[in-house]
Design a protein around this ligand. Structure first.
Ligand code: ADP
Ligand code: MG
Length: 257
């Protein structure tokens, strides 16, 4: 049975998509079977994996709204399998409102996929509405990227209370997978201060690996490739490979003694 991880933070531009694309690529390289499910209508992780989002059909919208089998929508790439999305998905939030068990449409759609993959990552949109709620109900755990900047913690209160509420009312098994500090800039004092504050709050849930601000990371998406492929020796690529190692270490089953 695979593990499903929602990568969420209702703040935009914190590194959700970047983390999904590069962590999936690094995990695939390490031999894991990975599916990246793009539930953001912006379709950034679809294009970041080299898929033309505008012609991707069927896509996640068809899966969620038309009941198309998820397997039919999966696109295989060199960097991992993708359930693609595009702007059409923005209508799904409203259409799902009237669906039967509306919070569980994605979970049900991905049920068979859990048998086929080791990890399913869900790249969430920058909101806490129906699509993100579906991701939180489909997930075993939430990964939270936090950008090292002022006000980083401010928006997290809403996210944490949404996670708590989801756990209480809809998905009792939901856990926090980990908190990832992103766009760390060692030259600025506040980057360090934010990282310390986040550690105080989330304690050992914070990954030891911290993603640096790195220009190669921001260049890679325009080429439709992960930074691991774009510039393997860049600090960004190396750090995402380290993150994959830490992620796998944390997910290794503990032997019963
Ligand atoms: P989100 O999915 O949370 O909205 P993205 O992953 O799309 O955020 O990142 C927002 C922007 O910042 C993108 O242009 C991306 O290329 C860039 N970016 C993300 N992480 C880094 C990083 N570590 N260093 C430099 N640029 C980054
Ligand atoms: Mg994104």
């Amino acid at each position: 049975m695979g593990k499903t991880i929602a990568v969420a933070n209702q703040k935009g531009g914190v590194g959700k998509t970047t983390t999904c694309v590069n962590l999936c690529c690094a995990l695939k390289e390490a031999g894991a079977k990975v599916l990246l499910c793009d539930i953001d209508p912006q379709g950034n992780c679809t294009s970041g994996m080299g898929i033309d989002k505008n012609t991707a059909s069927p896509n996640l919208y068809n899966v969620l709204v038309d009941g198309v089998n998820a397997e039919k929508a999966v696109v295989g790439t060199k960097y991992g399998d993708v359930l693609p999305s595009n702007a059409i998905l923005s209508g799904a939030g409203i259409e799902l409102v009237n669906a039967d068990k509306r919070e569980f449409v994605l979970k049900n759609a991905l049920a068979d996929m859990k048998q086929k993959y080791d990890y399913i990552f869900i790249d969430c949109p920058p909101s806490l509405e129906m699509l993100t709620l579906n991701a939180l109900c489909a997930a075993d755990a939430v990964m939270i990227p936090v950008q090292c900047e002022y006000f980083a913690l401010e928006g997290l209160t809403d996210l944490i209370s949404t996670i708590r509420m989801t756990k209480k009312a809809l998905n009792p098994a939901l856990e926090i997978e980990g908190v990832l500090m992103t766009m760390y800039d060692a030259r600025t004092n506040f980057s360090m201060q934010v990282a310390e504050e986040v550690k105080k709050f989330f304690k050992n849930k914070v990954y030891n690996v911290v993603i640096p601000r790195n220009v190669r990371i921001s260049e890679a998406p325009s080429h439709g490739i992960p930074v691991l492929v774009y510039d393997r020796t860049s600090r960004g690529a190396v750090t995402y490979m380290e993150l994959a190692k830490e992620f796998m270490r944390r997910n290794r089953p503990v032997p019963v003694r």
